[in-house]
Design a protein around this ligand. Structure first.
Ligand SMILES: C[S@@+](CC[C@H](N)C(=O)[O-])C[C@H]1O[C@@H](n2cnc3c(N)ncnc32)[C@H](O)[C@@H]1O
Length: 214
């Protein structure tokens, strides 16, 4: 994990304003959140705050966790510049410190896939624990197999479904690619509201609900 942490920190140092564009599938959650009185949101792997800032500006109460100290530093500065507040933690999301049934909604945008499958299973278990009954979990995640021109073809296979770029700013950062069947199995404790490819057909968007009756 140390090498992954170093890779993330150096990526954020190189690209301070990375990922500004907001995905429609994520911003559209505002309607669902309003209808269902969502207030308390966790942004899992919040990075430098692309979505955390967006939802904080809309008036939600935000918490964020990210393993990269550099990302959390940049987000702290951005929050201060916007006069906004959030509960930020610089930690590995494999074990969350929040109490059971704490969040109305959890977001994970292109995050969980940067871990090995055994860790991904543990992360999902803990996300389930901290989600309120009736709460939501929205995930944007890579679709298996890697598309032909992903990283201009400059990537290596590490294990089943696990790849890492061999060049460029994300060199060495692991990416796990998921099949639909695998997602259905991994998230079986939740009810799947929607599981669909995003516009470019390279990622899945998954909207889940922690159903009371399960
Ligand atoms: C591709 S970035 C996405 C950031 C943000 N969600 C966005 O959409 O802009 C992935 C983020 O996940 C974080 N991350 C990866 N594995 C993590 C882990 N095990 N615990 C906490 N953060 C992690 C990385 O540090 C990085 O900031």
């Amino acid at each position: 994990m140390e090498s992954q942490l170093n890779a993330w920190n150096s990526l954020y140092k190189q690209q301070e304003d990375r990922n500004k564009e907001l995905q429609e599938e994520v911003t559209a959650l505002h309607d669902l959140f309003q209808k269902n009185k969502v207030q308390n949101i966790l942004d899992l792997g919040c990075g430098s705050g692309r979505y955390l800032l967006h939802f904080a500006k809309l008036g939600y109460t935000l918490s964020g966790i990210d393993i990269s100290g550099e990302a959390i530093k940049q987000l702290t500065e951005r929050l201060a510049a916007e006069n906004l507040q959030a509960d930020l933690q610089c930690a590995d999301m494999i074990q969350l410190s929040w109490q059971d049934n704490f969040f109305d909604a959890i977001l994970s945008i292109r995050v969980i896939e940067h871990n090995e499958l055994s860790s991904i299973r543990m992360i999902i278990k803990d996300v389930y624990r901290v989600t309120k009954a009736g709460g939501y979990f929205f995930i944007n995640i890579k679709k298996y197999p890697p598309w032909k021109d992903w990283k201009d073809g400059k990537f290596a296979r590490i294990d089943d479904h696990l790849y890492a770029p061999t060049e460029g700013p994300e060199k060495g950062i692991i990416h796990y690619f998921f099949t639909k069947a695998e997602l259905e199995e991994l998230f079986a404790d939740f009810s799947i509201i929607n599981l669909a490819e995003d516009k470019k057909r390279q990622h899945y968007c998954l909207l889940l609900n922690k159903n009371n009756s399960k």
